[in-house]
Design a protein around this ligand. Structure first.
Ligand code: ATP
Ligand code: MG
Length: 416
């Protein structure tokens, strides 16, 4: 007989009191409904590792939407339901909890989204990606805190191993390749030997996954604390070239990602900045290939295109005699993430200084006089006004005028 591991003290130690109470109350409500409720997936893994994780995933053998509705009577909050999968999300000011009906999945063909039907907890755990993500905790009052470990998740946690559940796992769903690298690098684990062998074998299965889903995986990578570790490993295993053959996950990238974090602190760098650095060394044409493969949304696509356009102007930006108005003209209108990516990537200290000047100061400078003021000064409405405003803007940028009065004087000089 296995010894039962009870994690209730870990739960109390690591989760905020409100969430602990919620798990207890939810277990009681489910029990009264004759449904069994479990905490599953990442939060169980992280409880055992002592890592903070407040994303509670619950699985119920029964009916998740029905249970969620009952729970909102005890814990009033927002409820979002997905009847197709019989899942629900409960949201309060500070927390949210996902509730799913235990289900089994089958894959009609590799890379397809699975067909889903209601099932047992066991079914639900057997469809998961890695053993360390298959553990569950009973929330039923008479078993509260008891660990369910059907696939040796504890063993693999202790031995720091990322292991798939069956030989066809990566074929069924090749996004697990990226997921595996992510967990391995985040937790400082290793891909278990057979898993690694199968992963390598199944890399070509990444072609069965839609660009949208690959993009989603890449975004998850870029939201990790140290994405460069995942990208380096992806290069080492030849996974990265499946995104684009010209991408590199080497030391240069690691250094640039580190700098991106430094300048973004205390926030994490936006995905667009990381992506611009990752693709920095691609040609404009290669960029376009990646944009269409990943079906990047407009704003990200624009950031990559802008990065490429600015890169082509770096030589001009590196001219130490360039006046502020010249810097402004070169950088105006581009996405700030693209501009920042170039300042991190450029080797020229002059270009970097100019870019910093633009980002910190020049982009906010505007003339004081408006078109309306110019009309009031007797200038006939028309293209002339626009021209004068532009000249004023340049004079402001170059420090030739410092006040509204200076500007008026300058305009009078031009008009007279
Ligand atoms: P993270 O800390 O990265 O959020 P997580 O374990 O919570 O880790 P999610 O992506 O939130 O991961 O997914 C929740 C659970 O769903 C996982 O623990 C895993 O068991 C399962 N899962 C997610 N994606 C897959 C997949 N592609 N194949 C199999 N199981 C998956
Ligand atoms: Mg999660």
């Amino acid at each position: 007989m296995f010894k039962t591991i009870n994690l209730s003290s870990q739960i109390k130690k690591q989760l905020p009191a409100e969430l602990v109470q919620f798990t207890q109350a939810a277990g009681e409500v489910a029990c009264r409904q004759r449904q069994s409720l479990y905490l599953v997936g990442g939060v169980v893994r992280d409880l055992l590792l002592g890592r903070t994780n407040l994303d509670l995933d619950l699985v119920v053998e029964g009916d998740a939407i029905n249970l969620a509705q009952r729970l909102t009577q005890v814990y009033p909050g927002k409820i979002i339901t997905h009847p197709r999968f019989n899942t629900a999300k409960l949201q309060w000011d500070k927390w949210s909890v996902d509730l799913a009906t235990a289900r089994s999945e089958t894959y009609a063909k590799p890379g397809a989204l699975p067909s889903v039907k209601a099932g047992s907890l066991e079914n639900d755990l057997s469809r998961r990606d890695f053993t360390i993500n298959t553990m569950a905790i009973h929330l039923d009052p008479s078993h509260y805190g008891e660990l369910i470990d059907l696939y040796g998740g504890i063993y693999d946690l202790e031995h720091k191993l990322i292991r798939i559940l069956h030989e066809k796992s990566f074929t069924d769903d090749a996004t697990r390749i990226w997921r595996g690298l992510r967990y391995e690098q985040r937790l400082d684990f290793h891909l278990e030997e057979t898993t690694l062998k199968l992963l390598k074998r199944d890399i070509p299965m990444l072609d069965t996954i839609s660009g949208d889903r690959i993009r989603h995986e890449l975004e998850l990578v870029l939201k990790e604390e140290f994405p460069e570790k995942v990208l380096r490993r992806a290069e080492e295993l030849d996974v990265l070239k499946w995104l684009h053959s010209s991408l590199r996950g080497n030391g240069w990238l690691a250094e640039k990602f580190r700098q991106a974090r430094e300048i973004s602190y205390p926030n994490l760098p936006p995905v667009g900045l990381y992506l611009a650095l990752l693709t920095y060394r691609l040609t404009a044409e290669e960029n376009e290939q990646l944009i269409s493969y990943l079906r990047l949304p407009k704003s990200l696509a624009q950031a990559l295109r802008d990065t490429s356009s600015i890169k082509a102007k770096l030589r001009s930006l590196a001219d130490s005699k360039l006046p502020p108005s010249g810097i402004y003209r070169l950088l105006y209108g581009y996405s700030p993430q693209a501009i920042t990516a170039n300042s991190l990537a450029s080797d020229s200290s002059v270009a970097c200084r100019h870019i910093q000047l633009f980002l910190n100061k020049l982009r906010y400078i505007k003339p004081s006089l408006t078109g309306y003021d110019l009309k009031r000064m007797g200038i006939t409405p028309g293209p002339r006004i626009k021209e004068i405003l532009q000249l004023l803007h340049e004079a402001r940028l170059d420090g030739k005028v410092k006040s509204k009065r200076d500007e008026e004087e300058l305009v009078r000089g031009w008009v007279d």
